[in-house]
Design a protein around this ligand. Structure first.
Ligand SMILES: O=C1C[C@@](O)(C(=O)O)C[C@@H](O)[C@@H]1O
Length: 255
């Protein structure tokens, strides 16, 4: 297992890292939210740029990124355009999607970019190469907001992300019953133990799946999303409580 180091944060060792999403619409909202993070335990900030009103004008995106970087100091920034196909706010064609992510990586303001693995293998490889050229890490992702695929399917998607060169494979799935949560955890354990040579991120969404956002240290998920103001997906707990739970589980691993 090779941890991924972004700024001063090591993803893949010890307590799962906490990522807090920003889902503001205007520049003012986005920067105000970033400035409010001073007191809370945040390892990584995700800017969900698909919520931003100026997302299709890169000059506006870069203008926000510059101020975000200033507001966040050394906290790593994960740049994410979540497409409407995978639960995000807006649709985008593959070409502009690739351009946006490559421009974000080139801007020098972001540390990680999220790339949806089902955008297409060639485009994913192209974004990965461009990001790596700028020293930016890639989180490959996949989301199913309706159901939980079979364990073998979850593992094979995570393996595919790894093969395409992503630094951190990630999958979020919706449980339709309690057993689905076990399927996600079992897939996580299998990927972590048998296939992964890098950190992975997994979660089962909504209240039923919340347990999966707490126990990553046991089953092998290296990072978990918590909410500061507004959650970006169902099942994200408040970040202070989330941190307490992670610390509790970590402190008692030696029992
Ligand atoms: O991929 C993810 C995970 C997520 O969907 C969640 O369930 O916490 C939240 C998104 O903002 C993020 O990009």
């Amino acid at each position: 297992m090779n941890p991924v180091k972004v700024r001063n944060v090591e993803i893949g060792t010890g307590v799962p890292k906490i990522c807090v999403p920003i889902v503001g619409v205007t520049k003012e909202e986005i920067i105000a939210e970033a400035k409010s993070f001073g007191e809370i335990p945040v390892d990584v900030v995700e800017w969900r740029v698909d919520w931003f009103e100026g997302v299709f004008d890169f000059a506006k995106v870069e203008d926000v990124l510059k101020d975000l970087r200033e507001a966040l100091g050394e906290t790593p920034i994960l740049f994410t355009f979540r497409t409407s196909k995978e639960g995000g706010e807006k649709a985008i064609e593959a070409g502009p999607y690739a351009e946006l992510n490559k421009n974000a990586a080139k801007s020098g303001y972001v540390d990680l970019v999220d790339v949806e693995v089902f955008t297409g293998d060639d485009i994913v490889k192209d974004i990965v190469a461009a990001a790596h050229e700028c020293g930016v890490k890639v989180v490959a992702s996949n989301h199913d907001f309706d159901k939980t695929p079979a364990k073998e399917e979850i593992v094979s998607r995570l393996v595919k992300m790894q093969e395409l060169g992503a630094d951190i494979p990630k999958i979020a799935v919706m449980p339709t019953c309690r057993r689905d949560v076990l399927t996600l955890l079992s897939a996580t354990e299998e990927m972590y133990t048998d296939y992964a040579d890098r950190p992975i991120i997994t979660m089962s969404m909504a209240g039923t799946g919340l347990i999966s956002r707490l126990c990553g240290e046991v089953f092998g998920s290296a990072l978990t999303f918590g909410a500061a103001k507004k959650a970006s997906a169902p099942g994200q707990a408040a970040v202070n409580e989330l941190n307490d739970m992670l610390q509790f589980l970590h402190a008692n691993q030696g029992l």
